[in-house]
Design a binder for this molecule. Structure first.
Ligand code: GTP
Ligand code: MG
Length: 265
């Protein structure tokens, strides 16, 4: 026997996020390779164990699947401590569930208390239910949130299985790496390739209600002001310079907004 064989690792992973975003289904898809359509709310907390092999090392993962509903706060708050990994889930067809990510992170920070312990937790954000047609939170928004909060980001569907294995693989191997490095996870390289300003410009172009708003101008602004605003945004959005998802579409919207506004001059 190899005398240097490493002993098995025991790790703890929790799931967080609003109710009905698909936390239990993501775990079920990974552990049991199946999907349940019917919604069965988690009551307080569900617990399960799975064994994996990461880089020749046996890992026993204890998964604590939390209930998202606020009435279960008293039950789940006990389970935040001594966690190595957290799956932070939102439903990409529910803006509310995306906006709740900050609240979830804050709840965890409050319960754990010690900032050094939080720093050692590996976080994976799941933009879940990507199989749905009606998407209201796009990839760029999700990626930016994850990136600015030091989390990995995955597009997932518990229904089709998209991204689920990749997410767990990253979560477990990063945890193992952290354990072998005295508990400290490697810092996530922010390789987005685009800035927050560029991504926000895309959002504004896509979500604005009027052409004035699209160009960030007051209604009735002069021809000069329109052209100036256009040039500034064109530099920010041009697909040759902006590799964020949606830049091409946003650039087209920008061009037609400018054309429409100048026509009225
Ligand atoms: P709580 O336990 O109440 O916190 O909810 P949860 O986050 O565990 O949600 P759960 O996994 O129970 O899923 C809620 C509902 O969403 C169920 O009806 C699932 O079938 C459905 N669902 C989960 N994941 C997906 C997905 O990827 N795509 C689609 N279309 N539906 C999903
Ligand atoms: Mg659940």
């Amino acid at each position: 026997m190899d005398s240097k064989a490493k002993r098995p690792l025991r790790v703890k992973v929790i799931s967080m996020g609003n109710s009905e975003v698909g936390k239990s289904c993501i775990i079920k898809r990974y552990c049991e390779k199946r999907f349940v359509h019917k919604y069965l709310a988690t009551i307080g907390i569900d617990y399960g164990v799975t064994k994996v092999k990461i880089k020749d090392r046996d890992v026993k993962v204890n998964i604590f699947d939390m209930a998202g509903h606020p009435i279960f706060y008293e039950v789940r708050n006990e389970f935040y401590k001594d966690t190595q990994g957290a799956i932070l889930v939102y439903d990409c067809s529910s803006k509310e569930s995306f906006e709740a990510l900050d609240t979830w992170l804050n709840e965890m920070k409050r319960e754990i208390g010690n900032p050094a312990e939080i720093e050692n937790v590996v976080f994976c954000v799941c933009a879940n239910k990507t199989d749905r047609q009606k998407r209201t939170v796009d990839e760029a928004e999700g990626r930016i949130w994850a990136d600015t909060h030091g989390c990995y980001y995955f597009e997932t569907s518990a229904q089709t299985g998209e991204g689920i294995n990749e997410m767990f693989q990253t979560l477990f191997s990063t945890i193992v790496e952290a354990c072998e490095n005295g508990g400290k996870p490697p810092s996530i390289s922010t390789s987005l390739g685009y800035t927050k300003e560029q991504a926000e410009a895309i959002q504004r172009l896509k979500n604005s209600k009027s052409d004035w708003e699209r160009l960030g101008l007051y209604p009735g602004s002069s021809k000069d002001e329109i052209n100036k605003a256009y040039r500034r945004l064109a530099v920010l959005l041009h697909p040759d310079k902006n590799v964020a998802p949606g830049s091409e579409e946003a650039f087209k919207i920008l061009v037609s907004a400018r054309t429409a506004l100048l026509r009225g001059k």
